[in-house]
Structure formats: C-alpha cells, structure tokens
Design a protein around this ligand. Structure first.
Ligand SMILES: Cc1cc2nc3c(=O)[nH]c(=O)nc-3n(C[C@H](O)[C@H](O)[C@H](O)COP(=O)(O)O)c2cc1C
Length: 297
C-alpha cells in the first residue's frame, strides 16, 4: 500500500502538508514538522517588508467545537530576513513551499525574484489577503509565471463569493495547483466585557467547523476543473477519515493547520497516517489515485 501522491510534476511521499501560518515561521519549526512525517511543509505567508501584524490577543480557542478564531494580521519578518531560514531548510532538502502575499504585482514580483534561486518545491500565493477579482489575480499570477519556472500554487478564500471565477483566472494564467480553503471570516464577543476577544476585533475561523465548507469548495473545484489541475484540500483536518473525505471530493493532497497546534506533531502525523492506512486496508485500495475524486464515480 502506498501513500504517495502527485501534484502535477511534484511527487510527495504522503499527502499531508503543513498549512501556512502554523509553526511555519522558522527553520526549526518547519524542519520539525517535516521530520514528524509530513510530505511537505508550507511556510507562514511572507511579504515584502517586515510586518508586526495584529495586536494581542491574536488567537482564541473555541474548545467545544475544536476550532480557533484568530487574526495574526500576516505578521512576518519580510522575505529578505526569512531567506536565511529558507536556505537552511533547503540545504536539508526539505520539500518546502513558500507562501507569499502582496498588495501589488510589483511587490509580489520582488519577493519571487528574491527567493527564486532557492531549490523550493513551489510558491503558494495567498489570496486571502486583499480584495481580489479575476483581473488582480491574473496580474499577480502572470507576474509570478514570468519570473519563475517553479510551480505556483494559488490559495483560495471561501470569503470570496465566486471562488470558481477567481480559480479560473489563476488556472488560465498557468497556476499549477489550487489550494482550498483559507480561514472563514469570524469573530467572538466576550459577553462579560461586551467586547470582541481578539485584539484586531475581527478574525477568521479554522479547525473542525471548517471541514464541511472546505470539502464543498474542493468538490466544486473538482466538478469544474476535473483532472485539469491538482487540488489541495485544507480546513478542519485532524484524522485520517478527514483526509479521505477531501480525497473523495477531488483533492490530491491536503494541508493541516489548526490540529498541529494541539498535539505533538509526531503523534498527530502518525495518527492521521494510521487512519488513512486503516481505511485503505478495509476498502482493499492499493494507492490514493483510486479514491481521488471518488465521490463523482
Ligand atoms: C493562527 C493561524 C495563522 C494562519 N496564517 C496563515 C498565513 O500566514 N497564510 C495563509 O495562507 N493561511 C494562514 N492560515 C490559514 C491556514 O493555513 C488554513 O488555511 C486554515 O487554518 C484552515 O485549515 P485548518 O482548519 O487545518 O487550520 C492561518 C491559520 C491560523 C489558525
């Protein structure tokens, strides 16, 4: 039985990828996640300049629904400083994807040029950041494809009312995989203080509540694009069964975020892989290709 999966020309030893923003801000945490058994790791989203992000508190756990409301505000050291961590990571031959964001195509072009000499697996463009429309997406994807030959993954937000139109713009400009989904807009108000709990007041929700929304989004994308472009599912994954559900909806791999913060990564990765293997064994399935998009058969 094999857990290998392909995302276009990229082969991963298993379909589990660390999602952007969780333990992805330094060489040591990224390397630890890979050593724990992930198939690849995505960095925290990196911008052109250092950014301090949202005021504290940035994270609030909703324990009863196994979810998190957060607003980190894309805090990051800027691509020039972060490059030192990326050099160490790639020297170890860790399959690394760098998540980037930028307000303008010029900012994005500068980041890609600055990091393009590293042997990265791919870039991931975070579109959850500013208000996007098909034209801004075309410009951003277009400039990246002009500068680099590395694969480009585009990460979609479900807050965008027409995800398919945004995805189409990205696919038409040559993006190599779609990643769905980012957090969904959310907030929590403390009824004692009568104030929002997050420093930034408003934030986004991730964790278990996101799974049906993510599965629906992946299903919609697969229904529209079929095998034309690989899809990576994200949102609410904490066990093997969750991964299988995303694969059946059409994902070729998945990313895991919030669940990484609540368990030892080594135990969590082993637990999720065990769940996948158990399902494959019970269903007499030899490899993941047999179930990708299975909900359409
Ligand atoms: C604290 C926190 C920080 C995040 N930062 C980023 C980020 O920098 N870039 C990004 O594309 N997504 C970011 N995300 C979104 C995750 O990558 C993921 O899409 C989302 O949390 C859903 O997956 P999950 O339910 O497994 O957490 C962040 C999520 C959390 C909880």
């Amino acid at each position: 039985m094999s857990l290998e999966t392909n995302l276009g020309d990229i082969k991963l030893k298993n379909p589990l990828i660390l999602a952007s923003g969780i333990l992805g801000a330094s060489y040591s945490s990224l390397q630890r996640m890979y050593d724990a058994g992930m198939g690849a790791v995505v960095t925290k989203s990196i911008g052109k300049n250092p950014r301090s992000g949202s005021p504290n508190p940035t994270i609030f756990a909703l324990v009863e629904i196994k979810s998190i409301v957060s607003s980190v505000g894309l805090a990051n050291p800027g691509y020039k400083t972060f490059k030192e961590d990326l050099v160490k990571l790639t020297e170890k031959q860790t399959p690394a994807i760098v998540s980037i964001f930028g307000e303008t195509k010029e900012d994005i072009g500068e980041i890609i040029e600055g990091l393009n000499d590293l042997p990265l697996l791919a870039f991931e463009l975070n579109l959850g950041y500013s208000k996007e429309n098909p034209k801004t997406v075309q410009e951003k994807v277009g400039i990246i494809k002009q500068i680099t030959n590395k694969p480009l993954w585009v990460k979609l937000t479900p807050d965008e009312c027409n995800v398919i139109k945004i995805a189409e713009a990205a696919v038409n400009c040559g993006c190599n995989a779609l990643v769905a989904i980012n957090k969904v807009k959310a907030m929590v108000i403390d009824i004692k203080t009568k104030q929002p709990v997050l420093g930034a007041k408003k934030g986004g929700i991730s964790g278990s509540v996101l799974k049906p929304i993510g599965v629906r989004c992946v299903y919609d994308l697969y229904e529209h694009f079929g095998d034309k472009i690989p899809i990576i599912g994200v949102g609410g994954i904490s066990k093997g069964e969750d991964v299988i559900e995303y694969l059946l909806a059409g994902a070729s791999a998945v990313q895991i975020g919030s669940a990484v913060g609540v368990a030892y990564p080594e135990n969590m990765v082993r637990f999720i892989q065990m769940g996948i293997r158990k399902y494959l064994r019970e269903q007499n399935i030899e490899n993941l290709d047999e179930i990708i998009g299975g909900a359409f058969k």
